[in-house]
Design a binder for this molecule. Structure first.
Ligand code: FE2
Ligand code: FE2
Length: 266
């Protein structure tokens, strides 16, 4: 069965952004902007094709378990986070969740290490040499968007972002990624991050080609959505899981309309 997997994941990331905006105040379209920044940086490092598609999927879903973590561990109180190691909980949950998705390449540990700092001061105390390149790219993009995304992408913010990168090179972010970001985003390109057009540019770089999935892969995809989308409400989460199991057992034909309905809603 042919499915626009990236389109579905993008819709999912938007839904998660809306919840996160309420809980941890990320900026509008945070995950999509992190994906766009990540893809542009990766191109500078010679990454293309299916690897670039997988990077985009990981970036879109880098915080797929954040809502789950806030609900389960913090009981909605984000001020409860006091140690770096606690941040790692949503990385572990998120890494486990995405193992259900049909990636083209090996993305092992990309989500697990997306908060690691270059000098090993992150949640799992890994230095940049021990962390996959995709994690390091997503880490830098995420940091910049969380710090500056809500403030707008102006020349003043550009100067502040460059200053932040130079100041934290080798401690928070690594040189390879800093150089890639600065090459990918000279001022005129940086300014476009505040425009709606960046999303169109993302899909131009990452064509949403439909993937042929087996029924087992579609079932895993449905489980992934059931696992993360309804975490804000235990009732709807349980309902979603039951429905997903029922649909999978009952009919192979009814699963696709269910997924497409989800896609249209978001
Ligand atoms: Fe995160
Ligand atoms: Fe994020």
């Amino acid at each position: 069965m042919l499915l626009d997997v990236l389109g579905l994941l993008s819709a999912c990331s938007y839904a998660l952004d809306c919840v996160e905006a309420e809980l941890v105040h990320v900026s509008d379209k945070h995950a999509k902007r992190v994906a766009y920044m990540s893809v542009c940086m990766a191109e500078q490092l010679g990454i293309s094709g299916e690897s670039l598609q997988d990077l985009a999927a990981c970036a879109l879903l880098h915080d797929n378990a954040l809502t789950q973590y806030i609900q389960e561990e913090l009981h909605k109180d984000v001020a409860n986070v006091v140690q770096a190691s606690q941040v790692g909980i949503h990385c572990t949950l998120g890494e486990k969740n995405i193992q259900r998705l049909p990636f083209h390449t090996d993305v092992k540990n990309v989500i697990l290490y997306h908060h690691e700092n270059a000098n090993g001061s992150g949640p799992f105390e890994k230095t940049w040499e021990e962390v996959p390149l995709f994690s390091r790219i997503i880490h830098l993009s995420d940091l910049l968007d969380r710090a500056y995304g809500a403030k707008g992408f102006t020349e003043d913010i550009f100067n502040k972002a460059c200053g932040y990168l130079h100041k934290n090179e080798g401690t928070v972010v690594d040189k390879e990624c800093v150089d890639a970001f600065l090459r990918a985003f000279p001022l005129p390109h940086f300014l476009t991050l505040g425009e709606d057009s960046f999303e169109k540019n993302l899909w131009e770089k990452i064509p949403r080609i439909k993937q042929e999935l087996s029924f087992a892969q579609i079932e895993e995809l449905a489980s992934f959505f059931a696992q993360i989308v309804d975490y804000k409400s235990p009732f709807t989460n349980l309902f979603c899981h039951i429905m997903q199991l029922y649909i999978c057992k009952k009919s192979r034909q009814t699963l696709l309309p269910g997924l497409m309905l989800f896609y249209k809603v978001y």
